[in-house]
Design a protein around this ligand. Structure first.
Ligand code: PEP
Ligand code: MN
Length: 337
């Protein structure tokens, strides 16, 4: 339920109404803007009598929110959320490009890729240290040593770092060493992990599950936000369909849908969505054209010998040309980089 208050309602009156509502067992999320004052009610609103709220002279109207996600709902927060990553805004007018290898493989590899993507204009560096591989015999990542190397690449380039977490037991170390904690597609509904990530303040990049609906995805964001961490960035990375030519089917329709339903920033990962390096460029451009807040792209200096996802990784020179193309599209849709 959402209570819209009249413009100019005084703080003491907002507090009084908030107290009255919270005494009835709900949590009140106030959004006080210059044009709008909203109280978003989270919890069991079934016992609340709407006529009692409407009797308050400061109340403009009451709206019922049909969707099960509340804190992630645009109705609760009409303005776009901008997540701050060490001073870099994710969401809002500026686009964000996260680039780097699927996995951290060596010091030389991660520093070389970091330097080249930085020179091309990437804002954040990605690199997997803990890899959720389908096969237990495949490379599982450099783990804690991988995080150390990412920190070295950050020190060398100044790029904030993004890396995937797999276990709630690693939250403390990720909170200390990483700037954005990625929750991968396979863990999108690891509710225990989501709840624990809700207790910290670090930005979370929440990738869409392999077969998750938009609503399931936003409910996962809600898990993190319900715990108190509102710094959630969504990432569309393709979904399972009957099509097998591409690794996944990129759901660009999810971008405007999420923009309508939620205030959270949404990025698109054309690398995992297609599984083919030559499809990254056209779909990166399409993602920006359709309104994404940015991209996550796998870049490798030697894709032929990559330990993971070489087939979908672009080389630094290709990334450079993708960045030039994206700048043109960004300008055409009123965004900057
Ligand atoms: C990744 O970004 O490295 C990754 C494993 O992606 P996803 O979780 O989307 O499969
Ligand atoms: Mn990958």
């Amino acid at each position: 339920m959402i209570v819209v208050l009249k413009k100019g309602t005084e703080q003491k009156d907002i507090d009084k109404l908030t107290d009255m509502l919270e005494r009835q067992g709900v949590t009140v999320n106030p959004v006080v803007g210059s044009d709008i004052i909203i109280l978003g009610l989270v919890g069991d609103t079934s016992k609340i009598d709407p006529t009692q709220i409407e009797a308050d002279r400061n109340v403009e109207r009451i709206m019922h929110v049909a969707e099960p996600f509340k804190k992630a709902n645009r109705a609760f927060h009409p303005e776009d959320t901008v997540v701050d990553v060490l001073g870099h805004p994710v969401g809002g007018q500026k686009l964000t490009v996260i680039a780097g290898p699927c996995s951290v493989e060596s010091k030389e590899q991660i520093i070389s890729v970091a330097q080249s993507v930085k020179a091309s204009g990437a804002h954040l560096l990605r690199g997997g240290a803990f890899k959720p591989r389908t096969s237990p015999y495949a490379f599982q990542g450099m783990k804690y040593q991988g995080l150390e190397l990412l920190m070295e690449a950050k020190a060398a380039t100044g790029l904030p770092i993004v890396s995937e977490i797999m276990s709630p037991g690693d939250i403390e170390i990720f909170e200390r060493e990483v700037d954005v904690i990625q929750v991968g597609a396979r863990n999108m509904q690891n509710f225990d992990l989501l709840k624990q990530l809700g207790k910290i303040k670090k930005p979370i990049l929440l990738k869409r599950g392999l077969s998750a609906t938009i609503e399931e995805w936003l409910m996962s964001a809600e898990y993190i936000m319900a715990g108190g961490n509102e710094n959630v960035i969504l990432c569309e990375r393709g979904i399972r369909t009957f099509e097998t030519y591409t690794r996944n089917t990129i759901d660009l329709g999810a971008v405007p849908a999420v923009k309508k339903l939620s205030h959270l920033p949404i990025l698109v990962d054309p690398s995992h969505a297609t599984g083919k390096w030559w499809m990254v460029e056209p779909l990166a451009k399409a993602a920006i054209a359709v309104g994404a807040d940015g991209l996550m792209i796998e870049v490798h200096n030697d894709p032929e010998h990559a330990l993971c996802d070489g087939q979908q990784s672009i080389k630094p020179q290709v990334f450079d040309s993708v960045m030039r193309d994206i700048r043109l599209i960004a300008a055409a849709v009123g965004r900057s980089m």
